[in-house]
Design a protein around this ligand. Structure first.
Ligand code: BG6
Ligand code: MG
Length: 218
């Protein structure tokens, strides 16, 4: 059996922080008189903070100065962090640890591949930081998802060929990044949204260990 690399996205895959990003972006958009829907939020999943704000301003038809832009970025992050502040390991999504523990026991490579600059802090808060051999986050890349840089870097650091890597993702941008990287993509969430993924599950409770064993065999 060849060692595989399993690369996990963070927000919306390991923890339900996607809902906090949504609340903070909606608060921000509304504060500058821009409407913000769940459908629009779907397009921001996996997308960096800068690119997300650019999209919101475009949707709202607003042009602002560089200074206002950086103030809004800070406002969004402070709002987001006020939710993160209260997090602990209770917020790890159901059965994520079941899969992680199995992969650790079987000695596969485990990496985080997240667009978030807050990723390390969140992993520490939920007490999972030591489970990850490699962490690539928003501080380590120049091109965000759907560019595959984050996953390619993770595979390189794990020292595992991209063909032997498997990505768990809840965002369209992330699934596209995994596919472009020639990795197996596993969508976590709505099948109609994540239809480009190789496999799709609503959440980790639907992922049987027998499925993981089949993936490892390939
Ligand atoms: C991604 C989220 O994981 O990280 C996006 O899906 C978020 O919604 C992006 O914008 C950047 O996160 P942060 O924590 O650096 O603002
Ligand atoms: Mg995500």
């Amino acid at each position: 059996m060849r060692k595989k690399g399993f690369i996990f996205d963070l927000d919306g895959v390991i923890v339900d922080t996607a809902k906090y990003h949504f609340i903070a972006w909606r608060n921000l958009a509304n504060s500058i008189d821009i409407d913000f829907t769940e459908l629009q939020n779907e397009q921001l999943k996996g997308v960096s903070r800068v690119k997300s704000l650019e999209k919101i301003l475009k949707w709202g038809g607003k042009e602002i100065s560089e200074n206002q832009f950086s103030n809004l970025m800070q406002q969004k992050n402070e709002d987001y962090l006020s939710h993160i502040d209260k997090m602990d390991n209770q917020e790890i999504l159901p059965d994520v640890c079941k899969v992680l523990d199995f992969l650790i026991k079987e000695k596969h490579g485990i990496a985080l591949g997240s667009a978030s600059k807050n990723a390390r802090m969140i992993l520490e808060k939920v007490n999972l930081i030591h489970q990850f051999e490699v962490i690539v986050d928003g501080n380590d890349v120049t091109k965000g998802k759907p560019n595959p840089e984050v996953f390619l870097n993770a595979a390189k650091e794990l020292n595992i060929h991209t063909n032997n890597c498997i990505v768990f993702e809840d965002s369209v941008a992330g699934i596209q990044a995994a596919n472009t990287a020639n990795m197996i993509s596993i969508g976590i969430g709505d099948a109609t949204v994540l239809h480009e993924a190789d496999y799709i599950f609503n959440d980790f409770t639907e992922i049987e260990i027998s499925f993981i064993k089949e993936l490892i065999k390939e």
